[in-house]
Design a protein around this ligand. Structure first.
Ligand SMILES: [Zn+2]
Length: 236
C-alpha cells in the first residue's frame, strides 16, 4: 500500500523511474466504477490472464476548452520527444519483434482516494492503438479518437515492497478490489487494533499458509504495519 505519496500519485505511467537498464517502470491503475480510464483484467478470450492498461490522455491545458477525453492520445510531443505512452509503446514493439526482453512494470491499483495497493510485477507484452468513440459527444456526428492500450502479464519476480514479509503481501494481492473497498469503508481507514491511519495493510484473518479459504469482507481487516507484524502467522 502506498500512502505517503498521497498527492503525487495519480493514475499514471512512469517509464523506468529508477533509471538505467536496472530500473523498472511503474503504472498506477484504477478498476473502480466510474474510473476515468478503462483498466481491467481479462478473465477470458485472447488476452486471458493479462492486465489491460489504457494510455495517458493529453494534459488539460490551462485556459483551454479542449477536453483531453475528446482528442487522440499521443505517442510523441510536437517536438518529437516521446511521451510515456510512446516509451511504453516502443518497449512493447521491441519485445514483440524479439529486439529486447519485456519491460518490467510495477503495478499499483487505486482502491480509494490516496490508497494504492501493490499488485506486483508485470511484463509488458503488447500494445495497440485503437479508434474509440468519443464519450459525451454533443454533436450528432460520431466522433472518434485514438487510444493506446497496453497488455501486461504477471511475473513471479519479487515485488518492490518486501520489508513486511513476502507471504503477507502475496496473500494481500489476492484480495479482490471490491473486498478491499468494503473493508476500507467498514474499518474507516484505520487499524482495527490501534486506530492508526499509517502504513495500513489488508489482513486476511486466516493466513494462507494455514489454509485460509474464500476471501470475503468478514475475514479481511485493516491492520497497521506494527500489528500486522505482531500477528505474524499465528492464529490468535
Ligand atoms: Zn495498529
Amino acid at each position: 500500500m502506498v500512502q505517503r505519496e498521497r498527492v503525487a500519485l495519480q493514475k499514471g505511467m512512469n517509464f523506468r523511474v529508477r533509471g538505467g537498464v536496472a530500473g523498472y517502470s511503474i503504472i498506477l491503475m484504477s478498476v473502480r466504477p466510474n474510473a476515468p480510464y478503462q483498466d481491467r483484467w481479462h478473465n477470458s478470450g485472447s488476452h486471458a490472464g493479462l492486465l489491460e492498461y489504457e494510455g495517458h490522455d493529453v494534459p488539460r491545458l490551462r485556459g483551454s476548452s479542449v477536453d483531453p477525453k475528446s482528442v487522440d492520445q499521443l505517442l510523441a510531443l510536437p517536438s518529437g520527444k516521446p511521451t510515456d505512452n510512446g516509451k511504453f509503446f516502443q518497449a512493447a514493439s521491441d519485445y514483440r519483434a524479439g529486439r529486447s526482453p519485456p519491460e518490467v512494470v510495477q503495478v499499483y491499483e487505486k482502491v480509494s482516494d490516496g490508497i494504492w495497493c501493490d499488485r506486483g510485477r508485470y511484463e509488458l507484452v503488447d500494445a495497440t492503438m485503437t479508434s474509440v468513440p468519443v464519450e459525451r459527444s454533443t454533436t450528432a456526428t460520431t466522433m472518434s479518437r485514438r487510444v493506446c492500450r497496453f497488455f501486461l502479464r504477471p511475473t513471479t519476480t519479487p515485488s518492490a515492497t518486501t520489508q513486511d514479509g513476502q507471504r503477507e503481501l502475496a496473500s494481500s494481492r489476492q484480495i479482490p478490489t471490491w473486498v478491499k473497498v468494503e473493508v476500507w469503508k467498514r474499518d474507516q481507514g484505520r487499524c482495527v487494533e490501534c486506530q492508526s491511519k499509517d502504513n495500513l495493510h489488508f489482513d486476511h484473518d486466516v493466513p494462507f499458509s494455514k489454509g485460509g479459504s474464500s476471501i470475503t469482507p468478514e475475514n479481511v481487516r485493516l491492520l497497521c504495519a506494527r500489528h500486522n507484524l505482531v500477528k505474524s502467522n499465528k492464529i490468535v
